[in-house]
Design a protein around this ligand. Structure first.
Ligand code: GDP
Length: 325
């Protein structure tokens, strides 16, 4: 057996050291990682993938920590992938992880990993997706994916979850930040955290108004099948409201299963992934063939108005009838 497949087999057998090494391998990408993922893939498809997103400072990390603790109290195993595109660090050694670890350390039913940007956001999305697959394959029942809801890439990461929890908090300046970040459309459960602060009820009312506008064309189906995102208030600092969030997440999973949306979302996820990977691979191969030096030359010539971008693309693709040369 090749080393990478052995690592995958060991991780499947419950070896945490192998699991950690496997995840590092996957973050680095490359052929070894792909072989391991091929071994793991038939074991995926069991976990409930839950995205947790919101603006910085809303209390995501604190809430995710509480959700993980509450899941463990129900004897549910949980993997946590914390994605921070702004952080240059990776490998599960962030300060935030150490804080989390204090509560959850030593529990084999929990695995926490931080992911940071490695060049491109697209690369981060791919790596996150693959790490989620690993945690799913080795048997974590719930995988929480925490992302900073700041831009399209983060929204895309959140979109790969079965259930997306969007977090708001009062007093962060803007009335409804989720609206600004385009997160309302992907929210299955809305949480107003920091309910101990003034303005929480007002924020909840503002969210309610947006929901009333969006439903029944929200993403949970139409008519009687429509899922209406509940709006819940929490105090992540002391765990208030956390069981209700877990109950809503569970209810959403049941709704997806009962309505058939689980299968259609899975299919949509796979299709998006296939198209993304195909796009990245083809572009990568093409650029490798053309060479960065040649690309730079084309850029110079386009910028100098000697040739236009479509003509260059046709030339690169080797199409006939091009006179860019
Ligand atoms: P993140 O940036 O969204 O991950 O937010 P954090 O979890 O790091 O929390 C940001 C700050 O808000 C920290 O100082 C937390 O202690 C604090 N915080 C989190 N939840 C609550 C809450 O329910 N009430 C109050 N008052 N503070 C909170």
């Amino acid at each position: 057996m090749a080393a990478d497949s052995l690592l995958a087999a060991e991780a499947l057998g419950g070896n945490r050291y192998a699991l950690a090494r496997l995840i590092s391998l996957i973050e680095d990408d490359g052929t070894d990682a792909r072989a391991a993922l091929a071994t793991l893939y038939p074991h995926t498809g069991q976990a409930h993938i839950v995205g947790v997103t919101g603006a910085p400072g809303t209390g995501k990390s604190t809430l995710v920590n509480e959700l993980a603790k509450a899941l463990r109290a129900q004897d549910t195993t949980v993997g946590v992938v914390a994605v921070d595109p702004s952080s240059p660090f990776t490998g599960g050694a962030l300060l935030g992880d150490r804080v989390r670890m204090r509560d959850l350390a030593g529990d084999p039913g929990v695995f926490i990993r931080s992911m940071a940007s490695r060049g491109s956001l697209g690369g981060l999305a791919r790596a996150t997706n693959d790490v989620v697959k690993v945690l799913d394959a080795v048997g974590f029942a719930v995988v929480l994916v925490e992302t900073v809801g700041a831009g399209q890439a983060e929204v895309d990461i959140a979109r790969t979850a079965h259930t997306t929890v969007v977090i708001e908090a009062p007093g962060l300046g803007d009335e409804v930040q989720a609206l600004k970040a385009g997160l309302m459309e992907i929210a299955d459960v809305l949480v107003v955290n920091k309910a101990d602060r003034p303005g929480a009820a007002q924020t909840a009312r503002a969210l309610e108004m947006v929901i009333n506008r969006n439903v029944p064309d929200a993403r949970g189906g139409v008519g009687e099948d429509a899922w209406r995102p509940p709006i819940l208030q929490t105090i992540a600092l002391d765990g208030t409201g956390v069981p209700e969030v877990l109950a809503a997440v569970g209810a959403h999973r049941d709704h997806l299963r009962a309505s058939g949306l689980w299968a259609s979302r899975e299919r949509a996820r796979v299709e998006t992934e296939l198209r993304n990977v195909l796009q990245q691979e083809m572009l990568g191969r093409l650029l490798a063939r053309v060479g960065e030096g040649q690309v730079a030359t084309w850029v110079d010539r386009i910028a100098a108005r000697e040739v236009d971008v479509y003509t260059v693309v046709q030339t690169i693709l080797g199409e006939e009838g091009s006179d860019a040369d």
